[in-house]
Design a protein around this ligand. Structure first.
Ligand SMILES: Cc1cc2nc3c(=O)[nH]c(=O)nc-3n(C[C@H](O)[C@H](O)[C@H](O)COP(=O)(O)OP(=O)(O)OC[C@H]3O[C@@H](n4cnc5c(N)ncnc54)[C@H](O)[C@@H]3O)c2cc1C
Length: 414
């Protein structure tokens, strides 16, 4: 039995803890927060094998630059004099190519399908209810340009073995009879699923505690002791802890930690918002992505959770109501009879997605140290990929045969 310290109790940290504990190890999860409201809680809850195209793709740079000029736009990169941001932006630009898409599609597909299968197994084990539902996903559009892009995306998905159906406006409406859907058409991905992430995180934590995983909350990891290419101590404000193996799953903060381990990880936080429309779930029964608005709507419990925006603006969780208004306007354009009102600022949740510059996660050992494994960089898909990431992390930590090749996710690829 080995002792494992996992830094970060988000979805990737908790699923790593789940598989490592099941393999018989003594696991401790450290978090600077109280595990109630981070990025893994307020997100849109979508499990998305449909998302096989990495964020860094041709056209993204031009789209991003165009959006940056509008204060209510869904994408924003706050210009700052900052070396890591400049390096990240340069790597994002360099990776927004057809070659990156070609390389990324099979990797994201296999990781996503593994994760969905592990979620299904996890659901079948019936540890607790997290509202697992396999109802698919609708990608909706209103303009011919986006329709064209999505039809290409659907063809690519079908070629890669991910079922996708192009629907006209009537067919979209028939799938969602509870509310008027104002669209030109959409692509339906029947293989996608969704969950209630708050219930998943709370249930997972309770399950881990009951099975002997130790949680040290409100303990920020501030530094490390390193000897002979090994981390020999994890230092928090309160104490120094010793583990055989360390997993860094610290979300958008991971680069700050790897810097202390002597490794410059290109990673930026991508801020997004969500808010809840109580009682509206029966009207929108299939999760949807409203493409031109870059907003999402997911039925969760009895409510509809709306989410959106991507602001690359550092470690900053403040809420910009102009961008929240952009999400509200987007939902009202696509679902006109929901009549969504602007939420109070205090009712808006914000979270930081850990974004890599090529749109692929970092899952692998740090090249400079022998006992540190990294699990971050999942961007918009961290929840979806969490189960597979946890499984792969446990195999990497134990130096076992991995469930799928992980070379493409190596932290050392830039
Ligand atoms: C609006 C929005 C909608 C989204 N929708 C979806 C979706 O539908 N599907 C999907 O798959 N993904 C979605 N995502 C992305 C997903 O939420 C993230 O990718 C995922 O939650 C990241 O999980 P994580 O475990 O890597 O990081 P986190 O959840 O951020 O966890 C990292 C943890 O590390 C802790 N930590 C950091 N530094 C330290 C330190 N020094 N010491 C101790 N602890 C530390 C933090 O407190 C935090 O709890 C969405 C994100 C947003 C913002």
């Amino acid at each position: 039995m080995a002792t494992i310290g996992i830094i970060g109790g988000g979805i990737n940290g908790l699923f790593s803890a789940y598989y490592l504990q099941k393999a018989g190890h003594q696991v401790t999860v450290l978090d600077q927060d109280n595990l109630s409201d981070g990025c893994s809680y307020g997100n849109a809850g979508m499990i998305v094998p449909s998302h096989i195209v990495p964020l860094a793709a041709p056209g993204m740079v031009a789209t991003g630059l165009r959006w940056m000029l509008r204060s209510d736009s869904p994408f924003y990169l706050r210009p700052r004099l900052n070396g890591p941001l400049a390096r990240w932006a340069w790597l994002f630009f360099k990776n927004s190519t057809a070659g990156n898409v070609e390389k990324g599609v099979p990797l994201l597909r296999d990781l996503s399908l593994l994760s969905k299968q592990l979620y299904q197994d996890f659901h079948r084990k019936n540890h607790f209810d997290f509202e697992w539902q396999e109802k698919g996903l609708l990608m909706l559009y209103q303009t011919p340009g986006v329709e064209h892009e999505e039809m290409e995306g659907a063809a690519l998905a079908n070629q890669a073995g991910i079922e996708a159906h192009v629907l006209n406006a009537r067919e979209v409406q028939d799938l969602n009879p509870g509310a008027t859907v104002n669209v030109r058409g959409g692509v339906f991905f029947p293989g996608d699923a969704h969950v209630n992430p708050n219930k998943l995180m709370a249930g997972l934590k309770k399950h881990l505690v009951e099975n002997g995983v130790i949680f040290r909350q409100n303990q920020e990891v501030k530094g490390f002791e390193i000897r002979n290419r090994r981390v020999t101590g994890v230092v928090t404000a309160q104490e120094k802890l010793v583990f055989d193996e360390i997993v860094v799953a610290a979300g958008a903060w991971s680069a700050q930690l790897t810097a202390k381990l002597g490794f410059a990880l290109p990673l930026q936080g991508g801020k997004g918002y969500s808010f809840v429309l109580a009682g509206e779930a029966p009207r929108v029964t299939i999760p949807s992505i409203l493409l031109e608005a870059r907003a999402t709507a997911t039925p969760m419990g009895g409510a509809l959770r709306c989410a959106g925006t991507m602001e690359i603006a550092g470690i900053d969780l403040s809420v910009n109501m102009k961008r929240v208004q952009g999400i509200v306007n987007g939902i009202n354009r696509f679902y006109p009879d929901l009549h969504v009102k602007t939420p109070e600022k205090t009712a808006v949740w914000s979270g930081l997605r850990p974004c890599s510059p090529d749109g692929l996660p970092f899952i692998g050992r740090l090249p400079t140290l022998e006992n540190v494994t990294l699990a971050t960089g999942h961007g918009m898909m961290g929840l979806s990929l969490g189960a597979a990431t946890g499984k792969l992390v446990s195999e990497l930590v134990m130096r076992e045969k991995v469930s799928m090749p992980v070379e493409g996710f190596t932290p050392n690829r830039f």
